[in-house]
Design a protein around this ligand. Structure first.
Ligand SMILES: Nc1ncnc2c1ncn2[C@@H]1O[C@H](COP(=O)(O)OP(=O)(O)OC[C@H]2O[C@@H]([n+]3cccc(C(=O)O)c3)[C@H](O)[C@@H]2O)[C@@H](O)[C@H]1O
Ligand SMILES: Nc1ncnc2c1ncn2[C@@H]1O[C@H](COP(=O)(O)OP(=O)(O)OP(=O)(O)O)[C@@H](O)[C@H]1O
Ligand SMILES: [Mg+2]
Length: 240
């Protein structure tokens, strides 16, 4: 067995035991990060893992890919469609539900936050922990929604750059089509991580691992990392 996978599975077992939890709940998006996270959780807690597929005006192919992961690895799963609660929130907040299609982040970020609420419902009911799927590449630049997909109990992939997540996916036997599709937050149709960040994961990983990059890449990473540093900190408290 792959040493890294083995160590992560052991770590997940230890974390659950140390925190008095029975297992893990994971949001299954049909993307590579959640596929790898869910399979590691399944290996750590074979009888206590739950995948939750949560479409929210999403491409139906994503839910299909998520089901493929769950079925391939015998991960029990639930499907909770969030279209309706999202529409209600958008109407309540903006006065007009036509804004559900807006790309404005104040609206689109409601989607990952509704997913966070859903995952914590199951965590509480089942005495599980919410396993986040963020990796070191995303965490470095803060490419996640605060209290949305960032609102989790632990991050098993948090020390791995995206390239290492791909390596693990190959080792674990994640279905090809999931490995090959372009990373997307899925907040709107056609969203693409690399296009939105303005750099590729290859460039980002290279900079993280070696400190080497074009001037442009360095500037993008530094700007994003500075702008989003607050996402990895506890809320500020007055020192008096
Ligand atoms: N300096 C500061 N100190 C403390 N708090 C600060 C702050 N600056 C902003 N804030 C707070 O943070 C909020 C902005 O952060 P946030 O709400 O997260 O919003 P924001 O960073 O603007 O948007 C989330 C980004 O993550 C991407 N994303 C989301 C979900 C999944 C994935 C994926 O990879 O799959 C990617 C998404 O496409 C977008 O680019 C502000 O509204 C403010 O409340
Ligand atoms: N439709 C969805 N259903 C369930 N969970 C979701 C959904 N969309 C996003 N998530 C959760 O939010 C996490 C963050 O999304 P992100 O796009 O970074 O990861 P991914 O989809 O697993 O991988 P990729 O980077 O290849 O898109 C997902 O890993 C998953 O846990
Ligand atoms: Mg995705």
């Amino acid at each position: 067995m792959h040493l890294l996978a083995q160590r992560l599975v052991e770590w997940l077992k230890e974390q659950a035991a140390a925190r008095g939890a029975r297992g893990y709940v994971v949001g299954l998006s049909g993307g590579i990060d959640s596929a790898v996270t869910a399979v590691l959780c399944k290996q750590a807690c074979p009888d206590d893992v739950l995948g939750v597929i949560m479409p929210c005006y999403s491409n139906p192919q994503d839910a299909e890919d998520a089901r493929l992961v769950a079925e391939t690895f015998a991960i029990p799963f639930k499907e909770i469609v969030l279209d309706e609660p999202f529409t209600i929130m958008v109407r309540l907040l903006t006065g007009d539900e036509k804004h559900v299609q807006d790309r404005e982040l104040s609206i689109a970020n409601i989607k990952p936050r509704l997913r966070m609420i859903t995952l914590y419902f199951y965590a509480s009911r089942l005495k599980y922990l919410v396993a986040g799927t963020g990796n070191r590449s995303e965490l470095t630049v803060g490419y996640f929604t605060k209290h949305g997909d960032g609102g989790v109990d632990l991050l098993p992939l948090g020390n791995l750059v995206k390239r290492q997540v791909y390596e693990l996916a190959e080792h674990l036997g994640i279905p090809r089509r999931i490995i090959e599709k372009p990373p997307s937050a899925g907040l709107w149709s056609g969203q693409n991580d690399e296009a939105e960040m303005g750099i590729s994961y290859r460039e980002l990983d290279e900079f993280i691992l070696t400190g080497k990059a074009d001037q442009r890449v360095m500037e993008v990473v530094k700007t994003l990392a500075t702008k989003n540093a607050h996402k990895k900190q506890l809320p500020a408290i007055p020192p008096f």
